[in-house]
Design a protein around this ligand. Structure first.
Ligand code: MLT
Length: 304
């Protein structure tokens, strides 16, 4: 009998992958063989002595102490691509809502409640106040052309944007899937100097931590907008505050709000909803559970 612990928010279809006569799946097992986890922060957990593998239902593994686990021979895997469509759709929505001042406009319209017959007249003021810009003809830079970045790149061409991608490690599959109309930047400096919008889709690691800092903000166009659906730590928040104040950054959309960014103007905070669709939760849970089952039974990881 294998013991599996589910740490949080794992869609039931993932749990159903494990036959009940061979697996016990609970959320409170003390010494599991395998763990299925979503975003739960595992760094403070005691290491279960039987643990052989951790399956992360999602892309980022920064909530897991991967190095400490590797030293003990515990395998960690994620679910590449399983939530890519969900993230792509929210990125496109965020590009649109930030360009059209939609968040402020909607909040303002709701604040008119109680003004009765005056509302139609007051709305005229909102039309002036919340004038936006169009995406067509603007340049968007996509940093990281993995499963998510490549989908975004191809789809933004349909909105008639000029699309520029940067990724020094593109896989052969992605290179084939990427439209030839996606220009490739050879350096980040080139992308920073050219783009009206930047969306970032890279893992958090020593190379990417605070990649948006005083120096890189100084290379960007005035009035540009940044979307961060990767991890909050990619941004040096002090430098961001300065870049917002001096007009370099017109909008910062972040799927990782914290106290510091919540107090800044021109920030659109999203409560980590990038992968939160029913479809994506099912895809991730299923892929993670199948991989974990395959690993425990055969010692191999199968992506399916
Ligand atoms: C990811 O890294 O893919 C996301 O954090 C997924 C999630 O929201 O669980």
């Amino acid at each position: 009998m294998f013991h599996i612990q589910t740490l949080n928010n794992i869609a039931p279809c993932g749990v159903n992958v494990f036959p009940k006569d061979q697996y016990e799946v609970t959320n409170n097992h003390e010494n599991p063989d395998g763990i299925l986890v979503r975003s739960f922060y595992m760094h403070d957990l005691d290491l279960p002595t039987n643990l052989k593998a951790v399956a992360r239902a999602g892309a980022g593994v920064n909530n897991i102490p991967t190095e400490a686990y590797a030293e003990k021979g515990i395998v960690v895997f994620n679910t590449p691509g399983a939530n890519a469509n969900a993230v792509k759709e929210l990125v496109i929505a965020s590009l649109l809502l930030s360009s059209r001042n939609l968040v402020d406009g909607v909040l303002w319209a709701k604040s008119l409640q109680g003004n009765g017959e005056l509302v139609p007249q007051l709305v005229e003021a909102g039309k002036k106040e919340y004038v936006g810009t169009e995406l067509r003809g603007k340049t968007v830079g996509i940093i990281g052309l993995g499963a998510i970045g490549a989908l975004i790149a191809n789809d933004l061409l349909a909105l008639e944007m000029d699309v520029m991608g940067y990724d020094p490690y593109v896989s052969v599959e992605t290179a084939w899937a990427l439209s030839r109309n996606v220009q490739r930047a050879t350096t980040l400096e080139q992308l920073y100097a050219t783009c009206d919008y930047i969306t970032v889709h890279v893992p958090l690691n020593e190379q990417t931590k605070e990649m948006f800092n005083r120096m890189t903000f100084s290379q960007m166009k005035k009035g540009m907008r940044i979307l961060n659906f990767s991890r909050g730590e990619l941004v040096d928040e002090k430098a961001l505050q300065e870049a917002i104040e001096d007009g370099t950054v017109a909008t910062y959309v972040t799927d990782f709000p914290n106290d510091n960014v919540l107090t800044m103007k021109n920030v659109i905070p999203i409560p980590h909803l990038g992968a939160s669709t029913y479809e994506s939760e099912e895809n991730c849970a299923l892929m993670a559970a199948k991989q974990l089952k395959s690993f425990l039974e055969t010692g191999n990881i199968r992506h399916s």
